[in-house]
Write a protein that binds this ligand. Structure first.
Ligand code: GLU
Length: 448
């Protein structure tokens, strides 16, 4: 069966490993690549639920338990009509290396269903989540597999799913992350992916400018309007940057007159999204709405681009438009936000325009803050303690710094950039994440 998204994610990893000196230094790791690309287990199941008119509805449910060498399988659940095995395998595969890059002990997995929450009532969402967990509960556990949210799965859905797990097992355990704050969730978890993304890019800006620049005064294009985009926008604004775009699957909001989004605008958008409404319902006076388009070709000159909606949301054309518009930093809040052709355009520019190049950071490094704070939520649940906002935020900032340094140093060691060239963060992330997982798998006899 064709698995285009999974093949794309595999090729991105394999090609950067091959272009590095990793296989020269460790030829035995080629076997590890072959083994790591097959999930340890794929669970597929039927989800039957009753809609508001009493009709029987059925969806396809999945959990891909990809790799458990570093810890329990860990990764989100996505509810979207496009969900299929290729998408979940790509997401699970990315998650293995992302989780390794957090420095915490978590394996990689991903799951979800082809259920479309758009147009569904709260009651239908609850019924679906309960039916989904009725089967999923047989395959997960705090030390086995710890799912969390992803597209269309936030605190409300995690709550319904957690309740059903607890009822079925007669057991309270840290089996899901992204829980409510009053029942075992971690402070900063909702903010973590967006904040972490901005912390990572702050290190890129700092490195590229020799410590002279920060987000202050930077124009930032963001796509998406969900959890990642909202908190990335709020952190950019807090650090003195201007957010010039947000979007959803129907179109983009582009700030006009050089006036960026305010925290109040972001919170209005957040409440629309909670009601599963489109951005067309947003009322603001200083923005243009561009129907059916992503922001990249419409934002004019920007310094930073943060794709934070979904996979393959930056095409080659759009990558070239961003480069032409003078964009200097691009980092994925979404998983595999850029097509392979877009990555190639960014990487070619990085190599050919020393010192003045665009610098690209892949999602598995730049958006690792979400799952990192999930790891911190697991630690708090095990200790039966709750850490303060300051503690969690400081740990998140430290993890993102280490993740950036790790990508940078690994790229310098295994790819050797030319004089004045920024090290390749995509190659650095892939080599660093892969090496850690491959070594753990070897120690445990998964390959030899
Ligand atoms: N879905 C998020 C991701 O792509 C979070 C996963 C988690 O917290 O387990 O990393």
């Amino acid at each position: 069966m064709a698995e285009p998204e999974f093949e794309q994610a595999y090729k991105e990893l394999a090609s950067t490993l091959e272009s590095s000196t990793l296989f020269e230094k460790n030829p035995e790791y080629k076997k590890a690549l072959e083994v790591v690309s097959i999930p340890e287990r794929v669970i597929q199941f039927r989800v039957v639920w009753e809609d508001d008119s009493g009709k029987c509805q059925v969806n396809k449910g999945y959990r891909v338990q990809f790799n458990s060498a570093l810890g329990p399988y860990k990764g989100g659940l996505r509810l979207h009509p496009t969900v299929n095995l290729s998408i979940l395998k790509f997401l699970g595969f990315e998650q293995i290396f992302k989780n390794a890059l957090t420095g915490l002990n978590m394996g990689g997995g991903k799951g979800g269903a082809d259920f479309d929450p758009k147009g569904k009532s709260d009651n239908e969402i609850r019924k679906f989540c309960v039916a989904f967990m009725t089967e999923l509960s047989k395959h997960i556990g705090a030390d086995t597999d710890v799912p969390a949210g992803d597209i269309n799965v936030g605190g409300r859905e995690i709550g319904y799913m957690f309740g059903q797990y607890r009822r079925l097992r007669n057991q309270w355990e840290g089996v899901l992350t992204g829980k409510g704050l009053n029942w075992g969730g971690s402070l900063i978890r909702p903010e973590a992916t967006g904040y972490g993304l901005v912390y990572y890019v702050e290190h890129m800006i700092n490195y590229a400018s020799g410590g002279k620049e920060s987000f202050k005064g930077k124009k930032v294009a963001i796509s998406g309007s969900g959890n990642v985009a909202q908190y990335a926008a709020l952190k950019v604004i807090e650090l003195g940057g201007t957010v010039v775009s947000l979007s959803d699957s129907k179109g983009s909001l582009i700030a006009t007159e050089g006036k960026g989004f305010t925290p109040e605008d972001v919170s209005k958008i957040a409440s629309l999204k909670l009601k599963r409404q489109a951005l067309t319902a947003y009322e603001g006076h200083s923005y243009n709405y561009i129907e059916g388009a992503r922001p990249w070709k419409h934002v004019g000159s920007v310094d930073v681009a943060l794709p934070s909606a979904t996979q393959n949301e930056v095409s080659q054309d759009e990558a070239e438009a961003l480069i032409a518009a003078g964009c200097k930093f691009i980092a994925e809040g979404s998983n595999m936000g850029c097509t392979q052709e877009a990555i190639e355009a960014f990487e070619a520019h990085r190599k050919s325009s020393q010192g003045n190049a665009i610098w690209y950071a892949p999602g598995k490094a730049a958006n690792a803050g979400g799952v990192a704070v999930s790891g911190l939520e697991m630690a708090q649940n095990s200790q039966r303690l709750s850490w303060t906002t300051e503690e969690v935020d400081a740990k998140l900032a430290g993890i993102m710094k280490d993740c950036f340094e790790n990508c940078l140093q690994t790229a310098k060691e295994y790819i050797t950039p030319a004089e004045g060239e920024f090290p390749s963060l995509v190659a650095g992330a892939n080599v660093a994440g892969f090496k850690k997982v491959a070594a753990a798998m070897h120690d445990q006899g998964d390959w030899w």
